[in-house]
Design a binder for this molecule. Structure first.
Ligand SMILES: [Zn+2]
Ligand SMILES: [Zn+2]
Length: 365
């Protein structure tokens, strides 16, 4: 070990003694910065403090950076996709204990209100409910994070499941799982998934669990198309220009039986209902920058069923079980790895879609 390394380690230890940690922070519109902040403390009996061992960057973080999440609070630590080790729990936390390896849920929910009791946790009526971590309260692109309602927000990771295998359970994988769950997919179906970004791929993996007759992915990026061909060779792939024609050629009843729109543009919204057969389910997972037009006269008589999201992220235990059984694997999505103190570089790659990036794992320092 050279002297410089030794000095750095010593300095880090001194910082920790002073209860200071590194936290990637939303400073103002267009600006994130790695800052030193006090380590979080328990603020409620239902809180837990988690040492973040692995986190990730999500497209929603970029939405915050570019001002399209008005409820995001300047000064907060960003990051809402992470796993870690429980350090401390409040007196009311019963489902996890210090030392447990856990996934952290993107959503905060009380578990008791009308919506929580019916599984619609995205609409939890608690003032802290919904997407709070890394948006309205400090999140997980940091060394430590305070998780409110830890009984609901943390799930223990089975011993045989690695941090990398569990990394997306609380956010993008929860979203894909929920989207596939509400889409009423049966084994006779042709399923069309529009968009093969990280959420699109997670949606694809969860749709595959339903064993439909065929799955078609619509994607225009050559890199993403290559990724699908390489990892999921049974999946049919088409580009947006030929999508409708392709779906008609590869479906039994004049269109897709189920469509999941995960891309989020005006053109893909149009494709979603246009490629659906009459009486199909169209699930809109995507988040749009602009309002979309639902041209009811054009779709009159198609009798479509639309479902829209916000993920209800309450299936994490089941998702972890599927990973443990080897039936779900999102590790191939991790194309890049960086330590927390190099997070600026990770954002540069993720934001500019460089070097074939799908997802980046950020390890604790
Ligand atoms: Zn996210
Ligand atoms: Zn609730």
């Amino acid at each position: 070990m050279d002297f410089a390394v030794e000095v750095t380690i010593f300095a880090n230890k001194q910082i920790n003694k002073l209860n200071i940690m590194l936290a990637y922070t939303y400073v103002e519109h267009g600006k994130f910065e790695l800052q030193e902040k006090p380590m979080p403390e328990l603020a409620d009996s239902q809180d837990a403090i988690v040492r973040v061992t692995l986190g990730s960057i999500c497209t929603s973080d970029l939405h915050i950076k570019h001002g399209s999440v008005p409820r995001a609070v300047p000064g907060i630590t960003v990051g809402h996709e992470m796993v870690g080790i429980v350090e401390q729990v409040g007196a009311g936390v019963t489902t996890v204990k210090p030392g447990d390896r856990v996934t952290v849920n993107v959503e905060t929910f009380c578990g008791e209100c009308f919506f929580c009791r019916h599984g619609y946790v995205n609409n939890c009526t608690d003032p802290n409910g919904g997407w709070a971590l890394g948006c309205r309260i400090d999140g997980g692109q940091a060394e430590y994070v305070r998780v409110p309602y830890a009984n609901q927000g943390l799930n223990r990771i089975p011993d045989t499941v690695s941090d990398e295998q569990a990394l997306f359970v609380g956010d993008v994988l929860a979203t894909g799982f929920w989207a596939a769950r509400i889409s009423e997919i049966s084994e006779d179906d042709t399923v069309l998934i529009i968009g093969a970004g990280p959420t699109g791929i997670c949606t694809l993996l969860c749709a595959m669990l339903k064993k439909p007759q065929r799955i078609i992915v619509c994607e225009k990026s050559p890199e993403r198309i290559r990724f699908i061909h390489e990892h999921y060779p049974d999946v049919l792939v088409t580009g947006p220009e030929r999508c409708k024609e392709f779906v008609l050629e590869h479906s039994n009843n004049g269109g897709a039986d189920v469509v999941l729109e995960v891309a989020g543009t005006e053109a893909t919204f149009h494709l979603a209902w246009d490629c659906a057969r009459p009486n199909a389910v169209v699930t809109v997972v995507a988040l749009y920058d602009q309002p979309q037009v639902l041209p009811l006269p054009d779709m009159y008589g198609k009798n479509l069923i639309f479902k829209t999201g916000g993920v209800d992220g309450c299936d994490c235990a089941e998702i972890l079980r599927l990973i443990e059984e080897g039936r779900l694997n999102t590790v191939p999505l991790i194309t890049h790895r960086f330590p927390l103190d190099k997070i600026e570089e990770a954002y540069r790659i993720f934001e500019n879609k460089l070097d074939g990036v799908v997802k980046i794992a950020i390890s604790g320092v």
